[in-house]
Write a protein that binds this ligand. Structure first.
Ligand SMILES: Cc1cc2nc3c(=O)[nH]c(=O)nc-3n(C[C@H](O)[C@H](O)[C@H](O)COP(=O)(O)O)c2cc1C
Length: 325
């Protein structure tokens, strides 16, 4: 399939694996790229720029297809070594960077000079327009249903994607709630040039996470995610568990007086314990409502083959048939 995104990234299929903390390692990124999409290594999961350089080198041994790196710009006091991470990305020969979080304007000139395409993840049309204005090559538009940080506007993709299509000139990926061929065809119909998936890619054979995490996604329905940290205006969609329910009880009890310290037990340092150890009840880890559409653990190749085959069937079979002779 050819879209503005496949052309821009030099890939065969308009499907991206979004950056995921403690999931986006070399194994998954390379498997997605080998399957014709584009896989993403998550920079900040690596403790240092040197570790990121090694992870990129490892992925490049596993695939000769294009790879992306996610750089999430956090509003934290102790800033990660962003110049160091960017140097590792450039030196590693990466040609696509997914930025997320704060405005990436400060870092764009260096990335663009190195010939890197920048796709910024946005949860609002106004942010997508800002990304376009500062020179991003593309955006990922993340609807309210997404796993991770959906922002504070709560606009689902049935509205957000056509709104983005009406306003943007640069290409965009539909992100949040995407799982299968129906998602892809719908995203294309609403004006996107492809789709970005997070949660769906965790339940794949190559995702290097504990089996408990994959099973938790399979067991979950679309009713099993919760929004946490809303009172801190840092909303995250997570899979419910005992730790998350405890966190929500604290949010209810403390109201607007809540601080990060009150919930640190359920949010700080949780990712490695979930993703590596499979301690599923301890606290908040991102997961999308799309869990309700995930019922198997295929290889990335089988997943992408199926999506592309069924997309063709939907377009050539179901949709064309509706138009009649
Ligand atoms: C476990 C997990 C961790 C994530 N970590 C990050 C991250 O570190 N940086 C980022 O920009 N997005 C992160 N995301 C968001 C994804 O890149 C993607 O935008 C989102 O998962 C799309 O929604 P979906 O889960 O419904 O497919 C994460 C998502 C999940 C599920």
């Amino acid at each position: 399939m050819k879209t503005r995104i496949t052309e821009m990234f030099g890939i065969e299929r308009p499907i991206m694996q979004g950056g995921m903390h403690y999931v986006g390692f070399a194994e998954l990124a390379a498997a997605v790229s080998n399957a014709g999409g584009i896989g993403t290594i998550t920079a900040l999961t690596q403790p240092t720029p040197e570790a990121l350089a090694k992870e990129i080198a490892k992925a490049k041994e596993m695939t000769d297809k294009p790879l992306a790196v996610n750089l999430t710009f956090l509003p934290s006091v102790n800033q990660p070594d962003y110049p160091g991470y960017i140097k590792s990305i450039i030196d590693g020969g990466i040609k696509v960077v997914e930025t997320a979080g704060n405005n990436p304007a400060k870092w764009l000139p260096g990335l663009k000079e190195a010939g890197i395409k920048v796709i910024h993840k946005c949860t609002a049309v106004r942010h997508a327009l800002k990304a376009e204005a500062i020179g991003c090559d593309a955006v990922s538009v993340d609807g309210f249903e997404c796993g991770g940080h959906p922002g504070e506007d709560d606009v689902p993709n049935m509205i957000l994607l056509p709104r983005a299509a009406d306003e943007l000139k640069i290409p965009f990926l539909a992100s949040g709630g995407m799982a299968d061929a129906r998602s892809l065809v719908a995203a294309l119909a609403m004006g996107a040039d492809g789709m970005n998936m997070g949660t769906r890619f965790i339940a794949t054979k190559e995702a290097p996470v504990h089996e408990n995490v994959k099973q938790a996604i399979l067991n979950a329905s679309e009713l099993d995610t919760r929004l946490v940290m809303r009172p801190l205006r840092n909303t995250e969609r997570v899979l419910t568990n005992a730790g998350v329910e405890k966190l929500l009880a604290k949010e209810k009890a403390l109201g607007s007086a809540i601080t990060f310290a009150d919930i640190a037990e359920e949010v700080a340092g949780i990712y490695p314990r979930i993703m590596l150890n499979g301690e599923m009840e301890i606290g908040a880890w991102s997961c999308g409502m799309v869990a309700g559409l995930i019922h198997d653990i295929p290889t990335c190749q089988d997943l992408l083959d199926r999506i592309m085959l069924e997309s063709t069937q939907i377009i050539r079979g179901r949709l064309e048939a509706m138009l009649g002779a």
